[in-house]
Write a protein that binds this ligand. Structure first.
Ligand code: FAD
Length: 420
């Protein structure tokens, strides 16, 4: 007899949540995880602090979902950001809300979130193994097959194998093949929330330098459109740029083509061009006999000043008193429009999330059940939905997990009702 059983492939954020829900509802649940321990990716979320959700309402939430936001409507209504907070607080994890309504554990320890989920799912059987196939007969799931040849039977299987970013955590994209074997179309995965590579060598020289309170805009040179503009933080890397602003900008690039996109940095967003010009005039007026290269102190970090001096075209040893109005104007333009050409995305290994995945047009948005194979469910990052940084992706993992788990419980209740 296979009744009231469920198998969950993948013990990440989504799989653990679904396992806990199902086991607590009395469903015989087995969670299959390839790693020795569950929650490997969760442990590194939010730089080890785990930005577990975002304290915003549903409308606002969906504005931060980049692909297929409407697919999530029902799942979020069923398990909202407020529910996530109540859930973890109910498990003894005190939470705090930071800038941008990002919610973290007060302890700043992702491990506390992982422990809470492990505790919640403790009544599910945890099986270490690598699932190589989900099996079906006549359009209905019958179970799964593991790499060592073992087979497990159940009429309900949740595939929660994640995306393919940071593959060392176990989510390496093999789940897409499981889905494809069952006839599910997969939208080609691509990195999202990923650092960008830039052609300018100055990035390497500035590697490690982070800038706060700058405005970053992303331009598509082909269409002339501005795809993103926001104030925040970014940093230079050995071959490009990263940090919150850059990750968000990168997720707006649908089709990467080297040379097509340009990043423009406003290094002084608090000042208009006129105000900046007046500021330079004042600063230069106070140090008339200084060399240009020494006269920009206080305006920018030293390393960046050096690069700007080189880019300005003004000889570095020229005395400030001989800098012309046009040269000052050029400097203002550089400070307000520091351009970097985008060469490409950093590799998938460095992406925070994967865009693309199981095509949601073949998944029921209320239940996460496949419309092709009965008893097959997809939850979390394997789906073609992805959000910006700010706790949206974990919330997607949790909401879709609860939607699937609720649907499985409802299915068994209905079947039992029919048997009475
Ligand atoms: C560095 C980093 C920081 C992040 N920070 C945040 C953050 O602060 N807030 C936020 O909202 N999001 C964050 N994210 C994104 C978030 O972690 C993911 O979106 C989320 O973990 C997806 O959950 P999931 O359960 O779908 O997949 P995962 O958490 O990736 O879990 C999938 C699991 O399935 C297992 N698995 C895969 N294939 C098989 C198989 N065939 N058999 C058995 N097991 C298998 C894997 O080992 C893995 O444990 C971050 C991501 C990264 C990489």
């Amino acid at each position: 007899m296979n009744d009231r059983q469920a198998l969950i492939v993948g013990g990440g954020a989504s799989g653990l949540m679904a396992a806990g829900y199902l086991a607590q509802a009395g469903i015989r649940t087995t969670l299959i995880e390839r790693n020795p321990r569950t929650g490997a990716k969760l442990m590194i979320t939010g730089k080890g602090r785990c930005n577990v959700t975002n304290d915003c309402d549903q409308r606002e939430f969906l504005n931060h979902v980049l692909h297929n936001p409407r697919f999530l409507y029902s799942a979020l209504a069923g398990f909202s950001t407020a529910d996530t907070q109540a859930f973890f607080e109910g498990l003894g994890v005190a939470l705090k809300t930071e800038r941008g309504r990002r919610v973290f554990p007060v302890s700043d320890q992702a491990g506390q979130i992982v422990d809470a989920l492990r505790h919640y799912s403790q009544n599910a059987t945890l099986l270490r193994g690598f699932c190589t196939a989900v099996e079906q007969e006549n359009g209905a799931v019958t179970g799964i097959r593991l790499a060592d040849g073992r087979g497990l039977s159940a009429p309900c299987v949740i595939v929660a194998t994640g995306g393919m970013s940071y593959p060392k955590t176990g989510s390496d994209g093999n789940g897409y093949r499981l889905a494809e074997k069952l006839g599910h179309p997969v939208i080609p995965p691509r990195p999202a929330l990923v650092p960008l590579c830039c052609s300018q060598s100055l990035c390497g020289r500035l590697a490690g330098l982070s800038l706060r309170n700058v405005t970053l805009s992303l331009w598509d040179k082909k269409t002339g459109n501005c795809l993103f503009e926001e104030l925040g933080e970014m940093l230079f890397t050995h071959n490009g740029v990263s940090g919150p602003l850059v990750l968000s900008a990168a997720s707006r690039i649908q089709a990467m083509e080297g040379g097509r996109y340009r990043l423009v940095l406003d290094l002084k967003p608090g000042l208009s061009e006129q105000q900046l010009h007046a500021r330079l005039l004042r600063d230069f007026g106070q140090q008339l006999n200084k060399q240009f290269s020494n006269a920009l102190h206080g305006l920018l970090p030293q390393a960046l000043t050096e690069e700007l001096v080189a880019l300005s075209g003004i000889p570095r040893d020229v005395k400030v008193n001989s800098i012309t109005k046009e040269q000052r104007q050029g400097l203002v333009s550089l400070l307000k429009g520091f351009s970097l050409d985008v060469d490409g995305f950093a590799p998938m290994e460095e992406a925070i999330v994967t865009a693309g995945g199981v095509d949601v047009r073949r998944v029921n948005p209320k239940t996460m059940e496949s419309t092709l194979v009965k008893g097959l469910y997809f939850t979390g990052e394997i789906l073609d939905v992805d959000g910006e940084t700010g706790g949206y992706n974990l919330q997607i993992a949790f909401s879709t997990a609860v939607a699937a788990a609720k649907a499985i419980v409802a299915r068994y209740q209905k079947e039992e009702g029919a048997c009475l």
